[in-house]
Design a protein around this ligand. Structure first.
Ligand SMILES: [Zn+2]
Length: 227
């Protein structure tokens, strides 16, 4: 009888032990199932002000101008500071950089085409095609806007010529799209505001000319610039 009682006691003790063991394990599980505490921002992290990245001129521009043709960027070791853009028409129905280069050499006895960029109208180059001339590649003064004080417009102004005669017709839509893209690029690159984007005839000090023609949409172009 005593043996039986001891046996019962042992069984009871082991069951109680198993019961509490289960409680302990379940308790652990329950603890683990508790929802995660909400993450709240401490006042110190909220009040922390992250300063905007410092964008220095000529740094990081590559990513900002992803679709800019590589030849619009002059060789960095030659690059100079430009202060204005002067827009011209060719006053011819047709043409391209090579044709104007030949013309300016033969007729004017210049070193070559006077402009930095020539934008085609679909005749002798693509409609809206931007040609980069040796003047831009070498970063040397242009020969496109005579008469200004100290020749500043040729020395420090970027000459862009659109093929066509805008005394009689407007530039093509593609020419204007390319011009807008090119001018925006040059503005950003050199910090040139729209007030220094000139037509040849409105360049301060320039000799009287009809260029770039009364049908050239200068005010519309300026309205589409960012600054
Ligand atoms: Zn002109």
């Amino acid at each position: 009888m005593q043996l039986l009682t001891d046996e019962i006691k042992r069984k009871m003790i082991s069951r109680v032990f198993i019961f509490f063991s289960c409680l302990f394990v379940l308790g652990g599980c329950m603890y683990n199932d508790e929802p995660m505490p909400e993450i709240v921002h401490s006042p110190s992290s909220e009040s922390r002000i992250i300063p905007p990245p410092v964008i220095k001129p000529k740094q990081g521009w590559g990513s900002a101008y992803k679709n800019i043709p590589g030849n619009w960027l002059p060789p960095l070791q030659l690059e100079k500071k430009w202060v204005a853009v002067v827009i011209h028409h060719s006053a011819t129905e047709k043409g391209n950089a090579a044709i104007f280069d030949k013309l300016h050499k033969e007729q004017n006895h210049w070193e070559g085409v006077g402009y930095d960029f020539v934008i085609g109208n679909g005749t002798d180059s693509g409609d809206g095609q931007v040609e980069v001339t040796f003047r831009w590649r070498k970063q040397i003064p242009g020969a496109h806007c005579g008469g200004t004080s100290g020749n500043w417009a040729n020395k420090d102004g970027i000459g862009i010529c659109l093929v066509g005669n805008f005394c009689y017709r407007v530039p093509t839509a593609r020419q204007m799209q390319s011009l807008l893209k090119l001018v925006r690029f040059l503005q950003k690159r050199y910090g040139i505001p729209r007030s220094r984007i000139y037509g040849h005839n409105t360049t301060p000090g320039a000799r009287v000319t009809a260029c770039p023609g009364k049908k050239f949409p200068m005010s519309r172009l300026k309205s589409m610039l960012n600054f």
